[in-house]
Write a protein that binds this ligand. Sequence first.
Ligand SMILES: Cc1cc2nc3c(=O)[nH]c(=O)nc-3n(C[C@H](O)[C@H](O)[C@H](O)COP(=O)(O)OP(=O)(O)OC[C@H]3O[C@@H](n4cnc5c(N)ncnc54)[C@H](O)[C@@H]3O)c2cc1C
Length: 214
Amino acid sequence: MERVTLVEKARVAKSGMSTYINQLLAPVPEDKFEVCRQEMAEWGTYLNDQEWVEILLQEEGHRIHDLVSWDVPFEKDEQGKLRVTRGRGHQNTGVVHCDGHKLMELLRDRLLATGVELRERSMITDLLTSDGRSPTSGEVVGAMGFHTRSRDFVAFQAKAMVITSGAIGLKLRIPFTNNLTGDGGSHSLPSWSQGQQPGVLFLCPPDVFREEVP
Ligand SMILES: Cc1cc2nc3c(=O)[nH]c(=O)nc-3n(C[C@H](O)[C@H](O)[C@H](O)COP(=O)(O)OP(=O)(O)OC[C@H]3O[C@@H](n4cnc5c(N)ncnc54)[C@H](O)[C@@H]3O)c2cc1C
């Protein structure tokens, strides 16, 4: 089995946005896929990657059932079933409710139980490339940075990397985004050569761009 290492500049389950989640897309019945897909495309002003929307609709239910089986404390109705309500901006889709802090702590325990190695307080400042160049003509082969308490240099070699460093909270004025300054994306994006696809996710609701950001 491959070794998986999660590198985090703060503490996993306490940093970033995920701890602020309190609603998750409820499982979508198959006969509602099409109407929900259309809703997501239109309300997402066609910015959503349509292939990923399909994957989300097909797999969300399975992931919610996984979370239920891991004892995530979702709110239940009188019959003991998941309480599904209509979330803000939802029309055909629904949401289920849970406390993001508890959810993240449970997922952290789950990661540790499955043998994922956590390297916390390690802030990544650059990617390592096979030719030592940025952008590279070769491959991204790891990452480097420093320990935020000891200030020691840290470096990681990897066969494959996924970067999920969250949104740029400060610049885009998104509230409750602990520690998200955009450094993850700004350090890592230039290293990828043209044609390679970094797995960086930015949360940029269209409304944000309508505001004047000084
Ligand atoms: C207030 C608020 C409420 C929300 N509510 C909901 C909701 O109810 N339901 C919903 O589905 N979505 C909600 N969202 C959106 C959701 O939180 C995000 O889409 C999701 O959490 C993004 O997850 P992520 O893993 O990409 O990023 P994050 O959870 O932000 O994780 C990014 C991690 O990367 C780390 N990191 C960043 N830079 C570096 C670096 N250089 N080196 C090492 N580590 C680094 C950060 O410390 C952080 O822990 C909400 C967002 C906000 C802001």
